[in-house]
Design a protein around this ligand. Structure first.
Ligand code: NDP
Length: 316
């Protein structure tokens, strides 16, 4: 018998969906680290389950979905991301074409490549790795991608449909966050969710998705006054600021669910999130690690978007 997609994962994640209300706090108060210990939301395991299910779906298709990944320049982090996307797509049975263009590529030349990929019937998904070198307008490139092949979900048509409550291709990272919450059985309806960050690729689409799941959503950003107090009201907190370990234990309501989108490289080489993991894990009800949390889900959702786009274009 086939198990529902998340069944195996749910069994491995214990979660108390009823966080306690935040206690009144004075300044400098220390936390009862031993009193609470968060369940780990294992993004790697959840993404693997998703990728296996996708590979089975792809194997049953009468065609091979095609993904084009475009990398311009030699940004080392982007090169690493592109390699892991390529590998994951191949493992799922998706045919990947990677275009590696020099950093000297002009905007006109890149636009011509995108136009060619738009017309290529074997390509179902187009991903242009960001950031682009200076001199190339990101918006011009995103706007040219055929919305039906926009597997990153960044095209204004797809962003607009999501904001209008009619989602089509959804940005991979926010979609991955929602799938993590679903897999961990975190109740969202009526819950107070705080999205820390308002970027077009993470924060804003996540607000739309959480609203669609009937959460009561607050979005905070660099101009928000008393960020810690805003965070303390949240039953679900998603951090996407790009500020290493900014969210501290005394910013959390005990029992809150914490999803850490951030990926920050410290001077000593360590990779950390936007959440101070060790101290927050002692207060939160459930928490994602970095690495091994949202990152693997982003890639799994890219594969899912590619298969979705392929099936819509070709039927199946
Ligand atoms: P952006 O820089 O585009 O946006 C950051 C957001 O955080 C902005 O809205 C900014 O506010 C807000 N912010 C920055 N500093 C503060 C602060 N001190 N207090 C409150 N708000 C603040 O980043 P992204 O959304 O692209 O990425 C966020 C993080 O997520 C990064 O670490 C990135 O590496 C990571 N990431 C991870 C992915 C994954 O797969 N796991 C995928 C994509 C991103 P304002 O708008 O006011 O400037």
């Amino acid at each position: 018998m086939l198990l529902p997609l998340w069944e195996g994962v749910r069994r491995s994640v214990r979660f108390d969906p009823s966080p306690q209300p935040p206690p009144a706090r004075g300044g400098g108060e220390s936390f009862p680290a031993a009193a609470l210990s968060a369940r780990l939301i294992d993004g790697r395991a959840i993404a693997n389950t998703m990728r296996q299910a996708l590979a089975a779906r792809v194997a049953a298709l009468p065609f091979r979905p095609g993904l084009a990944v475009v990398l311009v320049g030699d940004d080392p982090a982007s090169a690493v991301y592109v390699r892991s996307k390529d590998r994951a797509a191949e493992m799922a049975g998706i045919a990947v074409t990677t275009l590696r263009l020099p950093g000297t590529t002009t905007e006109a030349a890149l636009l011509a490549e995108v136009a060619r990929l738009n017309e290529d019937p074997g390509i179902d998904g187009i991903l242009v790795q960001l950031p682009l070198p200076r001199g190339i307008r990101q918006e011009a490139v995103i706007d040219l991608i055929d919305p039906a092949k926009d597997v990153d979900g960044f095209h204004p048509l797809n962003a607009g449909l999501l904001a209008a409550g009619r989602p089509s291709l959804i940005p991979c990272t926010p979609l991955g966050v929602m799938k993590l919450l679903e897999a961990a059985e975190v109740a969202l309806s009526g819950r107070r969710a705080l999205v820390l960050g308002r970027s077009h690729i993470v924060g804003r689409p996540l607000v739309a998705l959480l609203l669609a799941a009937h959460a009561t959503v607050t979005v905070a950003h660099s101009r928000t006054r008393d960020l810690a107090a805003e965070c303390r009201r949240a039953e679900v907190l998603v951090a996407a600021t790009g500020r290493a370990e900014m969210v501290r234990a005394d910013w959390l309501a005990p029992g809150a669910t914490v999803i850490d989108v951030g990926i920050n490289r410290l001077a000593d080489g360590r990779l950390v999130g936007d959440v101070a993991f060790a101290e927050c894990a002692a207060v939160a009800g459930a928490i994602t690690p970095v690495p091994g949390g949202v990152g693997p889900m982003t890639i799994a959702c890219l594969l899912e978007n590619t298969v979705t786009a392929a099936m819509r274009r070709r039927g199946g």
